[in-house]
Design a protein around this ligand. Structure first.
Ligand code: MG
Length: 159
């Protein structure tokens, strides 16, 4: 058995959409980044690459490469899950936490889980927390996300 871990953060700025787990969340600001800056999906991708021992998202999808300008991060997640499957590995579970002072994410959590599962992950749990007003998240300067994932070899029994 192996576990992967991922972390990411992005700055909140005006004039960008807020995309979390592939879901557009209505808000006056969005996350800055070379891609769609989907911080939750990035943390999950890093957790999967970690569990596979394949380095990190920056190595696979460099933000200096124009190919990944404004790329939909969900498509990178799908590709990463396919990479795992090609190696005979199923991503069976992802548990993730988004740390975000505003907006309230509760109404969008289920849509995020459904969306992330559609990338080929068997089960996904997403949680949202505030940072109780502390630090860069607390000041509303950005959003952070953490994720862990578990894998199993294909063909084995999944409970
Ligand atoms: Mg990122």
């Amino acid at each position: 058995m192996r576990t992967g871990f991922g972390y990411d953060s992005h700055r909140l700025v005006e004039g960008r959409k807020l995309i979390l787990g592939g879901v557009e969340v209505p808000y006056e600001r969005g996350l800055m980044g070379h891609s769609d800056a989907d911080v939750l999906t990035h943390a999950i991708i890093d957790s999967i690459l970690g569990v596979l021992g394949l380095g990190d998202i920056g190595t696979h999808y460099p933000d200096t490469d124009p190919v990944y300008k404004d790329v939909v991060s969900m498509s990178l997640l799908r590709e990463t899950v396919q990479k795992a499957e090609a190696g005979g590995v199923a991503v069976v579970w992802v548990d993730a936490t988004v740390v975000c002072e505003e907006p309230k994410l509760a109404p969008y959590i289920q849509a995020m889980c459904d969306n992330l599962q559609s990338a080929g992950i068997r089960g996904v749990n997403v949680k949202a927390k505030t940072n109780e007003g502390m630090g860069f998240v607390g000041r509303g300067e950005g959003i952070a996300a953490f994720a862990v994932c578990n894998i199993e070899k294909m063909g084995e029994h999944f409970p």
